[in-house]
Design a binder for this molecule. Sequence first.
Ligand code: GUN
Length: 291
Amino acid sequence: MILLDGAATAKSIKLEIASEVEALKKSGQKVPHLAAVLVGDDGASMTYVGSKVKSCEEVGFVSTLITRPSNTTEEELLQIVDQLNRDPEIDGYIIQLPLPKHINEHKILLAIDPEKDVDGFHPVNVGKMMLNLPCFLPATPAGIIELLRRYQVPTEGKHAVVIGRSHIVGLPVSVLLQRNAYPGNCTVTIAHSRTSDLKSLCKSADIVIAALGKPEFVTGEMIKEGAVVVDVGITRVVDASKKSGFRIAGDVNFAEVAEKCSFITPVPGGVGPMTIVSLLMNTLSAVKNHR
Ligand code: GUN
């Protein structure tokens, strides 16, 4: 079994990005500037946004964190989006999801300038991704693909089962895995809460992408010998033995599944760090595109 070490891979990609930033600086060009907007006080979202901002600093980007209380109105958030669209200093920005229930997420995402949409969530970028045109790819799917590439995981002709059909992970990673490219050329099945006999389906998979958000859902008996398993789950589970009062659990029962795998991602230290570096890479390309 080979561990797909997202933390180590992300670290080396950050060094690559940092040296590109240095080169930009030396030639008197603008340093990339990423902004993140966080509405409300969801603990997990605060942690994710904090990691994104910290990573910006590590590679020499400028970052701006905009926080607003959970009673922020849709109109107020649209105004922030409009300001970020117009601000020439900002190369790219993200609106951390989920948003409070009273805000229409689609309306907000639609208002983002697609050229600054480094999360790749605007319908223009989603459409371009479907057509295999240059665009910002959503960070988690792009991070998974980059991890498979860097470990030279064989994908051509493989049966990939993606569990979960979210717009952020399941759906886009399915699109990327079926592309005529490397990594890609998979035969993809998207499984979800209404899929019948998920266990047999998973057992037939050469590659399993677990992105359903249910702690330790994928067990050893669901996995074929030699399969590749990518765990996208990051659920907070109550754990009194931890200082924080919780631990982070993946969607995969690692101890059971790892024994059977050719490759597997750990949680934490797998997909999470790769998501962040994908966002940084998108921001770097936003600067190059604007130039
Ligand atoms: N919430 C969970 N994942 C993401 C992500 O990749 N981007 C944003 N903006 N919000 C998220």
